[in-house]
Design a protein around this ligand. Sequence first.
Ligand code: FMN
Length: 219
Amino acid sequence: MRISSPNSVRISIIALILLLCSATGAQELQKIVLPVPDTQGGMPLMRALALRSTSRSFDAKELPPQVLSDLLWAATGINRPEAGKRTAPTARNLQEIDVYVAMAGGLYLYDPKGHALLPVVAGDIRALTGRQEFVAEAPVNLVFVADYARMGDAADEIKKFYAATDTGFISQNVYLYCASAGLATVVRGSVDREALAKAMGLRPGQAIILAQTVGYPKE
Ligand SMILES: Cc1cc2nc3c(=O)[nH]c(=O)nc-3n(C[C@H](O)[C@H](O)[C@H](O)COP(=O)(O)O)c2cc1C
């Protein structure tokens, strides 16, 4: 007889709960319009660089709307509205990386144009965003997803290379914002991409590159 690991049992239970929620329509997610980001604040850049680090110990406390707003704007918000360009560079300005936000209430897609969170999945999929225990507890897990359909007819190798580098810039923006705001963060490659893509309802041509957990440091 094959005995399932506690982790796979946990993932199956979460998947079942999500399925039941969507089947019964038990929860309805609403769009969240984020407050205007505070683009004048933060600590001096050299100080933030001095403090930048990875942490894997998170308090469960939620991030206030203003902090979520500033975090996402720092990650890949629009900083030059006249050109629609972003805080993170992308190869050929393809802007192919979407930032999904998994929180206790559900999964959202960050919309930089509206500076809003668009509803994607009702239900808590945080535990599926990584293989480490803290992901289920931390208030925010960002999932960086490449949309290869936006990358034209470049070779697959080039698409993957650009998507990986472009994600790195976004992740470093998050690291620096977190250093400045006193938040803990860790970027993560350890993700069951197949299970997560399924829970997120991703289309073919969308690929999970990395995930990044953000929260207040555990005292
Ligand atoms: C591409 C990439 C993938 C990573 N994946 C994980 C991960 O899955 N889990 C984890 O705990 N840390 C992960 N890290 C964090 C690194 O372990 C961390 O950056 C490294 O130990 C250096 O520590 P520092 O960020 O504090 O300088 C990853 C970092 C990068 C750049």
